[in-house]
Structures are given as C-alpha cells and as structure tokens.
Design a protein around this ligand. Structure first.
Ligand code: SF4
Length: 224
C-alpha cells in the first residue's frame, strides 16, 4: 500500500475507532461495491457484527447477490436484506416498468422508502461514499447530520470521503480483499442491472448509471 493510501487508511481507522467503540445503534449500508467492502473491512475490525444493510431491490445482477453472499459467509457479516413492500412482479403488474418510465419512483419504492424506514432504528449511519465518485458527491463531508422524513435525526459518517478510486483498489489489493467480479467486465459503478451500463464517460465512474438520466437513487439526498 503506498504512503498516501496508508495515511488515509490510518485516518479512517482512527475515526472509526473513536466513533464506533462505544456507540449504540450503528449500521453500515452496503451495495457490496469496492468502497463498501473496503469500509466493511475497516468497520468489522472494531464492530465485527455491525448490522450491514443491503437494499435487495429484486433487480440486482446475479453476480452481485452471489458476491454479497460469499462475503457475508467469509466475514460472518450481520447482513440485513431490506426488501421493498412489493415484489418486482407485483410492482411491474401495477405500475409497469418504472425503471424505464419513472426511475425516481422506482428508486423511491425499492430503495429510498425501505432504507429510510429501517434507518429510524439507528443513530449512526456509516457509508462508503466518496467525493470522487460523482459531481453530486463533491461536497460530501466526513461527518454530516441527516434527518429522515419522520424527523428522526442521525449522524452519517463517510470515512472514505477523501479516498480516490485508486486508494480503494490499493487497499483492497494490499489486504487481499476480493472484489465484485463485475469490475472485470468494465463496470465502474454497479447498482441494479437495468440501470447499470458501462461508463459513458471514462472520467466519470457513475456515468453508466441510469444511462446518464440521473445521478443518485435518492438514499443519499437529504429529504426535503
Ligand atoms: Fe429501480 Fe433502477 Fe432504481 Fe433499481 S436503480 S430501484 S431498478 S430505478
């Protein structure tokens, strides 16, 4: 691991140790992308059984689900699969293919609603968000307040906010952490299969999400 990544890793370890050691009601959200798995590697050294929330939308790549299950078994994770109120079949029967016609609504039903309801049980939410991921994350802070629609206040901790993609890869390689095999096919940001393509702009890792129609699913946007 080079010295820059080493310094960032030590800073993240220090922050997590300080904030998690005596904390109650902590959770981590994970899509099992590279930064989320690096984050889990750091967090589980302090809280091995921290709840790890995965948004099981029903639209994920089979490779993502297989990798999630492999890492969960290998690291004995306390995985919480969050399901939407409707199955994919029920939603498509009632509303049609929302990820084509109204992706914000689809994300609302399958990601944002389930997550915000679940987060009401926690006070500290740890994420693998990074500023470099997208222009929509350029002002990300390492620690931020977050208020759920029901008024519940949480602290959101983003220990990797300063990390580059290269830092994430260096850390994973140094610690022998296997990554989601879809990266080997050229994907640089991986979510639900219908809304994930190879990047349209090589300099923008999230440019393959939603075919450029939107940048965020909504779980990281402060509800108004
Ligand atoms: Fe629906 Fe696409 Fe959002 Fe997944 S990412 S919840 S498929 S719109």
């Amino acid at each position: 691991m080079n010295s820059d990544t080493q310094s960032l890793a030590e800073a993240a370890e220090h922050l997590l140790k300080d904030r998690l050691e005596n904390a109650q009601d902590v959770c981590v959200t994970s899509s099992f992308q590279a930064e989320d798995v690096v984050l889990l590697h750091l967090v589980r050294a302090i809280l091995p059984r921290v709840p790890v929330i995965f948004l099981d939308t029903g639209y994920h790549f089979p490779e993502t689900l297989a990798y999630r299950d492999r890492m969960t078994a290998a690291w004995n994770l306390h995985l919480i699969n969050l399901f939407p109120e409707q199955t994919v079949a029920e939603q498509e029967t009632q509303f049609g293919i929302l990820h084509q016609t109204a992706p914000d609504r689809c994300c609302g039903l399958r990601k944002v609603g389930p997550l915000f309801r679940a987060l009401a049980d926690f006070r500290l939410w740890v994420t693998g968000l990074r500023r470099q991921q997208s222009k929509s994350r350029a002002n990300l802070q390492i620690e931020e307040p977050f208020t759920l629609p029901d008024g519940t206040s949480l602290t959101k901790l983003n220990p990797l906010a300063d990390w580059s993609t290269r830092d994430v890869w260096h850390y994973a390689e140094y610690h022998d952490i296997p990554l989601l095999p879809l990266y080997d096919r050229g994907y640089t940001s991986i979510g639900c299969a219908p809304c994930t393509s190879l990047p349209l702009d090589p300099d923008d890792p999230r440019s393959g999400r939603w075919s450029g129609r939107k940048l965020e699913c909504g779980i990281h946007l402060q509800p108004s």
